[in-house]
Write a protein that binds this ligand. Structure first.
Ligand SMILES: [Cu+2]
Length: 176
């Protein structure tokens, strides 16, 4: 084995052991900036891979804004539904339970906030997270805006399976 091959084997082993697979994410919309008139939620959503089991968190001053889950046409027209899900706690957690597109907008100002950019469209990947995040029994303080990453699922993989993965990866490298 050359040193290059050994390095490659270590790299593959590291990937196999490192818990990058099957993480359920809490996505804080707008990150530290939160959900307000200053955000660019198209830019925020870009490049993020939303998956079933993840959660969207909208942080804002209660009363100043809210969150509607809307249809595509309503999203496009910034039309605020007269009925339908409205979230208004200022720390709204919306679980992503289905694959496909999801549209959100702020209903304040009868669509004015939406027109000023308070709208978010995401696409939820059909790949299900192995272990969806469990419902948190006590809500964290509304000020917590940092994206939290919960590692689960992969850790549940039996150690034997991981060892086999590593051995197979190493064997492949040696053969090559
Ligand atoms: Cu608003």
């Amino acid at each position: 084995m050359t040193s290059k091959q050994i390095l490659a084997a270590f790299a593959i082993a590291a990937v196999a052991i490192f818990p990058t697979v099957a993480v359920a994410m809490d996505y804080v919309v707008g990150d530290e900036g939160g959900w307000n008139l200053n955000g660019n939620y198209t830019a925020w959503a870009e490049g993020k891979q939303f998956r079933i089991g993840d959660t969207l968190v909208f942080n804002y001053t209660p009363g100043a804004h809210n969150v509607f889950k809307v249809s595509g046409p309503d999203f496009k027209a910034c039309r605020v539904p007269t009925t339908g899900a409205v979230y208004s706690t200022g720390n709204d957690k919306i679980p992503l339970t289905n694959a496909g597109r999801m549209w959100f907008l702020c209903g304040k100002g009868n669509g004015k906030h939406c027109l000023q950019g308070m709208k978010l469209v995401i696409t939820v990947d059909p790949n299900v997270n192995v272990a969806p995040s469990p419902a948190s029994p006590s809500p964290p303080p509304p000020s917590s805006s940092a994206t939290r990453i919960r590692v689960c699922g992969y850790q549940a993989l039996p150690m034997m399976m991981r060892m086999i993965l590593v051995l197979v990866a190493t064997a492949v490298v040696i053969v090559v």
